[in-house]
Design a protein around this ligand. Structure first.
Ligand code: HEC
Length: 251
């Protein structure tokens, strides 16, 4: 038998060797864990760290440079875009609670004189190509339902050759701001699509003017341009139920 097993000094020392080894391994694992833990998980994360640091420096420098005058000047712009981004319009009259603030607001809203908006404009007035470009970009949205060339289809009537499109501007603006429901005759055909057309009032006045100018002057259509100043006075229409053909001005 190994005589060391009975030697209390050797047994005592062996116990501490064991304990020491345990702590050394524990320390190594703790060090590995600590450094892995703090390390970014991927190359992208590693690259992002200096980018965030740089961005924080730029943000701080920019914030320090904004003058109180610049902040004051930005407030009307910001509040205008906030006001324009009203919550989703109420689509059905039944959804407006009678006696509610919304019902009162809509009832007391002064009727906008659409005559001024629809005042005839010389049809040969030149159209700003930048407005057409803006309109073309927004038209992607309309194309989903009305077709790439405004030819219409199973889900929406045509815009190409439609008297509504080339007719009074206020009709088109109100359709954008309120949507449209019920029967509407387009190119000798009656349409009454389930659900109608939803309001697209999230667009800015400039976007609405652009897209309407674009549809009035594309696919063989020819009509005057629409100006953002014609859209602005009708903003109060937002939130009213989807408009019907009967409420529109006859083209
Ligand atoms: C989700 C589908 C959809 C989208 C997107 C859409 N519309 Fe419509 N639109 C309709 C439907 C459906 C009708 C017919 C509603 C009805 O039956 O009463 C309609 C009707 C119209 C009308 C009147 C009828 C006509 O054809 O002349 C105009 C004008 C019009 N839309 C313009 C636009 C414009 C401009 C856009 C893009 C900014 C647009 N629509 C986006 C579905 C859509």
């Amino acid at each position: 038998m190994d005589p060391s097993r009975d030697n209390p000094i050797i047994r005592f020392a062996t116990f501490f060797w064991g304990l020491g080894t345990f702590f050394i391994f524990a320390l190594i694992f703790a060090v590995i864990w600590f450094f892995n833990h703090a390390k970014p998980a991927s190359m992208e994360d590693a690259a992002a760290i200096p980018r965030y640091a740089t961005k924080a420096k730029i943000d701080a420098a920019e914030a320090a440079n904004i003058s109180p005058e610049a902040i004051e000047a930005a407030i009307p712009v910001l509040s205008k875009s906030l006001a324009a981004s009203k919550p989703m319009a109420v689509e059905v009259p039944a959804q407006i609670v009678p006696g509610s603030d919304m019902a009162k607001k809509l009832a007391s809203a002064p009727a906008v004189d659409t005559k001024a908006i629809d005042a005839p404009v010389a049809s040969d007035a030149p159209i700003d190509p930048a407005v057409m470009e803006l309109g073309k970009a927004s038209f992607m949205l309309c194309a989903a339902c009305h077709g790439q060339s405004g030819e219409g289809g199973l889900i929406a009537p045509p815009l190409a050759g439609s008297v509504w499109v080339m007719g009074p501007v206020s009709n088109l603006i109100r359709i954008q701001l309120r949507g449209l429901q019920g029967t509407i005759a387009v190119k000798d055909k009656e349409y009454n699509m389930p659900g109608g057309m939803a309001p697209l009032s999230f667009q800015s006045d400039e976007q609405i003017a652009g897209v309407l100018t674009y549809v009035r002057n594309s696919f063989g259509n020819k009509a005057s341009a629409v100006k953002a100043e014609q859209v602005t006075p009708l903003r109060g229409e937002v939130g009213k139920p989807q408009i019907t053909a009967a409420e529109l001005t006859k083209p």
